[in-house]
Design a protein around this ligand. Structure first.
Ligand SMILES: [Cu+2]
Length: 181
């Protein structure tokens, strides 16, 4: 087999590309999964609202089947998946923390089926959130009313003070003014 400089260049470029990608080219058959968000084993926040799967080759639109199960076994996929080229995206509505299992089945453009799964952990559940909410505190100025006995004591003290003041004022009036003639 004779090789032209152009063929050698092409082979070199392909080899370089394979090295740069850090993947063994033979391992990529059909539309194997090459990336995802979240990735397998990732930990994500409960606000995460989509799962994106990226395959090695274009997908056959309409062939995709994706299920994402939460720890209780409920499917959290919230709508039909959308396929663009080699990318599959699906909305998810997370409500529980813990391990989630995503399983998928797609057809690559050449008609081969690709089946796989990945897991990711969800942090931050409703339970965690409510634990952060402070325990109901009494609004200022809305404390319990003092018992009636305190009202009585208060009234007695006020009356006593008023009586004392009246007596003193009365005595001061009767007393002769000193230093004035
Ligand atoms: Cu194939």
């Amino acid at each position: 087999m004779t090789t032209t400089p152009r063929a050698r260049l092409l082979a070199g470029v392909l080899l370089l590309a394979a090295l740069l990608l850090g993947v063994a080219a033979p391992a990529l058959a059909h539309s194997d999964l090459v990336g995802s968000t979240p990735r397998d084993g990732d930990a994500v926040l409960i606000g995460t609202d989509r799962l994106v799967l990226v395959f090695a080759d274009d997908l056959l639109p309409g062939s995709e089947q994706v299920v994402v199960q939460d720890p209780a076994g409920a499917d959290v996929v919230a709508g039909p998946a959308s396929v663009t080229g080699e990318t599959l995206e699906v909305r998810i509505d997370l409500t529980r923390s813990g391990r989630h299992l995503a399983t998928y089945r797609v057809l690559s453009a050449d008609g081969h089926a690709v089946v796989g799964e990945l897991t990711f952990d969800v942090a931050g559940s409703g339970a965690v959130r409510s634990a952060v909410v402070p325990v109901a505190t009494e609004p200022p100025g809305d404390g319990p009313l003092p018992p009636p006995v305190w009202w009585l004591v208060g009234a007695a003290v006020v009356s006593g003070v008023v009586l004392l003041v009246r007596q003193r004022v009365g005595r001061a009036r009767d007393r002769p003014v000193v230093g004035q003639e």
